[in-house]
Design a protein around this ligand. Structure first.
Ligand code: NDP
Length: 498
């Protein structure tokens, strides 16, 4: 298959997966299996194993043994980096296979999947450097008889629960950093998008990762995911998904006080000031809500636009949205693919219904795209939205944008921060003072000025308020998976106490 060689065909066979523990594939055997249909084509594309809690327990034991005998944590950062660099090569070598699996299971456009897979390879390359850069501190100011060291150690066994919106990319924003720190992993991908995580286990093994360091169990979130959050032998849990399940994970973590990394929901503002380049801002706002069919934790779902340009801006948005290509994700020209599941599709449609019922004015879209197969939603914009409407407050996780207007800077900031979430925000203005005041005042872990959903593995990501705990990527992303240990070494003769 050539990259970008035109529309891809649906594979003729359903790909079956076992699960991956201790460096080996384990076949489903007599366990139940979950068949996944392509959300764009309604045909089965993959079959994964419904692991049991016993399978999870076994995977945790294997990861614990692999951690305790230091087969990975005992290596130098340079040796760990070598494996991560080989893994990046492995991803590139299998990029087309990974991209197709990602598209078939998630419904996202193939060009986007290709971009995400190649982007993931580059995250492994960055994390390889971070494995070598990770270091502690020394305190050489404690007098001649004492020296203090602050060393970082891998935290231990990490449980990793990932969602369906960016199955491979979100995995890759965590795994290479966890591995760089020296930890071992038990991963549980979403049951609807497990294939690329399973392929990654094979790529890591082929890259020379010792057996037992990266394990994957598959199955239902309510069963295996829940058991992971409660597991007493998991030292840290990295969870990405809904705020509701994140809250459950937080409560469950009390059992063994496991450390938590939580990346949860968002209701992210796009603040557009009248002095912005309105054409560019409109392009960014359309991208911010249509990218991944609005199923991103950082989707810019709340437009807050200065009243004096609101009418003009609304027209620009509607014109651009009419030109967004929604359709078959196997077509490289598609910009917005299918909605991941029928439940998610129903949720989005019910929010669209609520928006209308609550009196928001429909600017464009407003429902499903009629197709013979699959589930697709027309990018939808509501204007005259008040902050007490459900469409303005709740995370819809679909291509639905709300528009509210402001007249003063203070009002813009107040609207932007009027949410329980604090994941991301975008600010559009040509005035540097205004941009700086705004990014200082907005409560969000990631702020973009005159762009949106941009960045790379160098910088940390994570949320304020109910959008989560902790940071992923960047040097922070490795430090996150470490414990800090303080060591004092006495030098010379002891000044006896007794
Ligand atoms: P969930 O939070 O249920 O799913 C996210 C991950 O958690 C999946 O791997 C899921 O597994 C797993 N999971 C489900 N239940 C549990 C549990 N009790 N304990 C531990 N893990 C569990 O999200 P949904 O798929 O239900 O989506 C609902 C909403 O969540 C979306 O509309 C969106 O608002 C938000 N969301 C946010 C994401 C983000 O990136 N911040 C990503 C996904 C969703 P499985 O899929 O196998 O059930």
């Amino acid at each position: 298959m050539e990259m970008n060689a035109g529309k891809l065909a649906l594979p003729e066979t359903v790909r079956e997966f076992g699960f991956f523990v201790d460096g080996k594939w384990i076949a489903a055997g007599n366990r139940r299996v979950i068949e996944r249909n392509s959300p764009a084509h309604d045909v089965p594309v993959t079959r994964i194993t419904r692991c049991t809690v016993d399978d999870l327990n076994q995977a945790v034991r294997v990861a614990r043994d692999a951690f305790n005998d230091r087969r990975w944590s005992g290596l130098s950062g340079a040796d760990r980096a070598t494996v991560l660099l080989r893994a990046a090569e492995g991803i590139r070598a299998r990029a087309e296979e990974l991209a197709l699996l990602e598209t078939l299971e998630s419904g996202k456009g193939i060009s986007q999947s290709r971009g995400e897979v190649l982007g993931a390879a580059s995250i492994y390359e960055y994390a390889a450097g971070a494995a070598r850069a990770l270091h502690g501190e020394t305190f050489n100011n404690l007098g001649d008889n004492l020296i203090g060291l602050v060393i970082r150690e891998p935290i231990g066994v990490v449980g990793l629960i990932t969602p369906w919106n960016f199955p491979f990319f979100i995995l890759s924003e965590r795994v290479p950093f966890i591995l760089a720190s020296g930890c071992t992993v038990v991963a549980k991908p979403s049951e609807v998008t497990s294939a690329t995580t399973l392929v990654m286990a094979e790529i890591l093994a082929e890259a020379g990762l010792p057996a037992g360091v990266f394990n994957v169990v598959t199955g239902a979130g309510s069963e295996i995911g829940q058991a992971m959050t409660e597991h007493d032998d998991i030292d840290m849990l990295s969870f990405t998904g809904s705020t509701a399940v994140g809250r459950r994970a937080l409560l469950a973590s009390a059992g063994n006080f496991k450390k938590l990394g939580l990346e949860l929901g968002g209701k992210n503002p796009q603040i557009v000031f009248a002095d912005a380049d309105l054409n560019e801002a409109a392009d960014g706002v359309v991208f911010g809500i249509c990218f991944n069919a609005g199923q991103c934790c950082v989707s810019g779902s709340r437009l807050i636009v200065e009243k004096s340009v609101a009418v003009e801006f609304e027209k620009l948005l509607a014109d651009k949205i009419a030109r967004v290509r929604v359709g078959d994700p196997l077509d490289p020209n598609t910009q917005v693919g299918a909605i991941v599941t029928s439940q998610q599709n129903d949720t989005i449609l019910s929010y669209i219904g609520r928006g209308m019922a609550e009196g928001a004015r429909l600017v464009c879209g407003g429902g499903a795209l009629e197709t013979e197969k699959g589930q697709f939603i027309r990018p939808t914009v509501f204007a005259d939205v008040r902050m007490d409407m459900a469409v303005a407050r709740e995370e819809i996780f679909g291509p639905v944008l709300t528009i509210s207007t402001f007249e003063t800077f203070e009002e813009a900031i107040e609207l932007a921060n009027d949410t329980v979430y604090g994941l991301a925000a975008s600010i559009w203005t040509k005035n540097l003072d205004k941009a700086t005041s705004a990014f200082r005042r907005v409560q969000a872990g990631r702020v973009w000025v005159n762009t949106t959903i941009a960045g790379g593995p160098e910088t940390p990501i994570g949320g304020f308020k109910q959008s989560g705990h902790g940071r992923e990527t960047g040097i922070y992303g490795v430090e996150e998976y470490t414990e800090v240990k303080t060591v004092h070494i006495a030098l010379g003769k002891r000044d006896l106490w007794v």
